[in-house]
Design a binder for this molecule. Structure first.
Ligand code: F6R
Length: 231
């Protein structure tokens, strides 16, 4: 699954070296970043002109906090490839004004003429980015409260559940839907039901990923367990 997604992503960069890549964190894309680092080291893919714009960041975490998404991206991807640090973008978890930070981030996306390829994972509750169930579709970058289920799922990365930030900056559904194409990666039996709901159920804000049914160009890369209820 990760190899497939990495191939799609590297083909994008080979065909358009200055691609704007929308990237995700979490457990699922780790393998994607490993493959890309390996191929970059071998000289098969070159990120020197590429731009990355991540989906989200926790509010209140500094870039050097190991739980921050900036740290994750540096640690798992950016420092292993030849992308220019100034071409890597994430919301600033320490920004003083939330509305200003969201507007700044949307301006970064616009200044790069939008996202070419958006890599996405899906939460057990159907979230994409931190657009939790009930999130309105017509939203750009905003500061979102995390649901209890996301706090509990993400607590595996923190020493205590009470340390998980309660808010995150996230691209909105509208921002995500403007990407030219989307690669959704999903693994594990635990995601099988939500994946089925997202792609065969009604399009509803209660299952944020269901909006992807309305995008003209979505590639779903999943392992057998995750896809088991779809085939
Ligand atoms: C990460 C993100 C989240 C994750 C989702 C799945 O930047 O926006 O929506 O993609 O929570 O996470 P994992 O891959 O850890 O199951």
């Amino acid at each position: 699954m990760c190899r497939k997604a990495a191939r799609i992503l590297s083909a994008q960069v080979v065909l358009k070296p200055g691609s704007v890549l929308g990237l995700a964190t979490g457990s699922t894309p780790l393998g994607v970043y490993k493959w890309l680092a390996e191929w970059c080291a071998a000289g098969d893919v070159d990120f020197s002109e590429a731009v990355s714009i991540n989906l989200d960041e926790y509010v209140g975490l500094a870039p050097d906090n190991p739980q921050s998404y900036r740290y994750y991206m540096d640690d798992n991807f950016f420092r292993h490839v030849n992308i220019k640090p100034e071409n890597t973008h994430l919301p600033n978890g320490l920004a003083s004004g939330k509305a200003e930070e969201c507007a700044r981030y949307d301006a970064v996306i616009r200044a790069h003429n939008g996202i070419d390829m958006q890599l996405l994972g899906i939460g057990h509750n159907g979230h994409i980015g931190f657009n939790e169930p009930g999130a309105v579709f017509e939203m750009d970058t905003h500061c979102a409260p995390l649901t209890e289920s996301t706090i509990s799922a993400n607590s595996r990365f923190f020493s205590d559940e009470s340390d998980v930030p309660r808010f995150a900056y996230t691209m909105g559904i509208r921002t995500i839907m403007r990407a030219r194409y989307i690669v959704l990666i999903v693994s594990g039996a635990g995601k099988a039901q939500i994946l089925k709901d997202a792609f065969t159920g009604p399009v509803t804000p209660q299952v944020p990923a269901s909006v992807l049914q309305l995008h003209g160009d979505v590639i779903l890369a999943g392992d057998e367990e995750a896809l088991s209820l779809l085939v």
